[in-house]
Design a protein around this ligand. Structure first.
Ligand code: COI
Length: 356
């Protein structure tokens, strides 16, 4: 494992005083991690430095062909003062799967984990403690070759920044309204849908604006081939409770394999619930909503945690779920996931990793 050189800031920033006004991803801490890659040295010379702008050539490949990978995870401060990361091994493994798909060199897992732990430790006084808040961690890699031909870059930067954040949705735990998109698609099988990369998110913007104009906060995507099967929401995976069973789309190559998704499945099974990972057609969903079989719907994601869905709209069909309130499974998942993350609930699965 490589040693990280640490340069601490001489001008610490003012920390936010009102944690209820943090919002998501708007404020950044005093430090960042940065590690360059080139063909001769591989990943080398990791540093933690004061948070600052980076300088790139206008010709840097990331600006032109979008060769970049990003991740999202969170750090929490437990009541006893311990600093906890939630399943960082899963994010690291997914980052390297994304890297493989995007022709970015893999980052050694021990260097990645050491980077997360060391940076969070340096800026641990920035971790907010009010319920619903956390320190959001954004690792990312960008292609930096100054070159306009289309090929994988030979040089990269791996950077990690930290943002004390509150709820992803302004509505917090209040149920969100979701628009099921039948025109635009996000990803196709064989494409980059299961990689965590900016291209998947820019592909979602036009539909998201359309949904916003109609009063909906997010888009639920259908598959890109038949436009019939449920895939995921832009910033989260999706779950339904239909006739007492928990149902979520099966990972098929165009759906992001979410860490919170995996945790929801593990928890529901642990509680003795039947969980099905399978194809769900939008027609099945509409039918389940019409007959009352659709009992609950929620999204899961690192940023969104567990986000109850109160309304789904598909074409002219508006489906109100659970009377617009938070369903019991969504609430139990939210309480358990955030409880484990913040050290309030016993971590019987060994999901948390302590930062010294
Ligand atoms: C996350 O949940 O961490 C994500 O990366 C979603 C992001 C688009 C906010």
């Amino acid at each position: 494992m490589q040693e990280i050189q640490i340069e601490r800031t001489k001008n610490p920033k003012q920390k936010p005083t009102d944690q209820s006004k943090l919002g998501f991803g708007k404020i950044f801490t005093d430090h960042m991690y940065i590690m360059p890659y080139n063909k001769e040295q591989g990943w080398h010379d990791p540093k933690i430095v004061p948070y600052q702008p980076i300088t790139l050539e206008p010709s840097a490949m990331v600006f032109h062909y979008g060769q970049e990978m990003f991740e999202g995870l969170k750090a929490y401060k437990a009541a006893d003062g311990r600093v906890l990361l939630f399943r960082p091994d899963k994010n690291i493994a997914r980052a390297n799967r994304s890297n493989d798909r995007l022709c970015i060199p893999e980052i050694p897992e021990d260097d990645f984990l050491n980077a997360l732990k060391t940076l969070v430790s340096v800026d641990k006084d920035w971790i907010p403690t009010q319920p619903g808040t956390s320190l959001y961690i954004r690792p990312f890699v960008i292609a930096t070759d100054p070159f306009l031909g289309v090929r994988p870059s030979d040089t990269y930067l791996f950077i990690i920044i930290l943002s004390p954040s509150g709820a992803y949705y302004e509505s917090g735990l209040d149920p969100v309204k979701i628009w099921i998109e039948d025109d635009y698609v996000r990803a196709v099988r064989g494409g980059i849908g299961e990689a965590k990369t900016g291209g998947n998110y820019v592909a979602s913007l036009a539909a998201q604006m359309k949904a916003h104009d109609e009063g909906y906060s997010q888009v639920l995507w259908l598959d890109g081939v038949e436009r019939k099967y449920i895939e995921e929401v832009g910033a989260m995976n999706i779950f339904f409770k239909i006739n007492g069973k928990v149902v979520t789309p099966k990972l098929n190559g165009s759906i992001l394999p979410g860490v919170t998704r995996a945790s929801c499945i593990d928890l529901c099974k642990h509680w003795g619930m039947e969980v099905e990972e399978r194809r769900i057609s939008v027609d099945e969903l509409v039918e389940a909503a019409r007959t009352g079989a659709l009992e609950e719907c929620w999204g899961s994601g690192t940023a969104a945690v567990i986000s109850p869905v109160g309304t789904l709209r598909y074409e002219n069909e508006v489906m109100e779920i659970g009377g617009g309130g938070i369903g019991p499974v969504s609430q139990k998942l939210y309480d358990t996931v955030t409880g484990i993350q913040t050290g309030k609930v016993n971590d019987e699965f060994g999901w948390t990793v302590e930062v010294q």
